[in-house]
Design a protein around this ligand. Structure first.
Ligand SMILES: Cc1cc2nc3c(=O)[nH]c(=O)nc-3n(C[C@H](O)[C@H](O)[C@H](O)COP(=O)(O)OP(=O)(O)OC[C@H]3O[C@@H](n4cnc5c(N)ncnc54)[C@H](O)[C@@H]3O)c2cc1C
Length: 99
């Protein structure tokens, strides 16, 4: 089994986690929870490399969500679980100039 794992282990084209997101106290973390590179100004990482662990399914859709989240962060959208649906709708409609 050891030989099999060494020879046949593959990424199936889903490598992630080379710039993992983590807490400020985690010395192995490269970016913080807003995808900003620690100790570097005005630099974010936005791709599969920020995943601390690989997802249980395929990676493409979660990585697209990371991109969507990053664009919200850069534009100043802060949607939290406590905000409520109508507040979130107002936030979006006000920001794109409708409603
Ligand atoms: C063959 C294959 C099949 C896959 N099948 C699936 C699947 O069925 N389902 C699924 O969910 N996932 C699949 N994946 C995985 C999925 O495609 C990746 O996990 C995902 O696209 C990674 O997104 P990313 O943004 O991290 O990197 P990438 O999509 O690799 O994006 C990196 C981008 O950076 C650009 N770039 C590189 N260097 C530079 C540079 N120096 N300057 C500027 N730009 C640069 C590249 O051109 C590229 O556009 C597959 C991957 C492969 C390779």
């Amino acid at each position: 089994m050891k030989c099999l794992a060494q020879i046949f282990t593959v990424t199936i084209y889903h490598p992630v986690g080379t710039c993992k997101m983590g807490s400020p106290s985690d010395p192995t973390a490269v970016v913080d929870h807003e995808l900003r590179v620690k100790n570097v100004r005005r630099l974010r990482v936005v791709d599969g490399s920020v995943m601390p662990r690989i997802t249980s399914g395929n990676t493409n859709a979660p990585i697209i969500m990371i991109g969507e989240k990053a664009s919200d962060l850069i534009r100043g959208f802060y949607v939290t679980p406590r905000m409520g649906f109508s507040n979130i709708i107002n936030l979006y409609t006000n920001n794109i100039g409708i409603g």
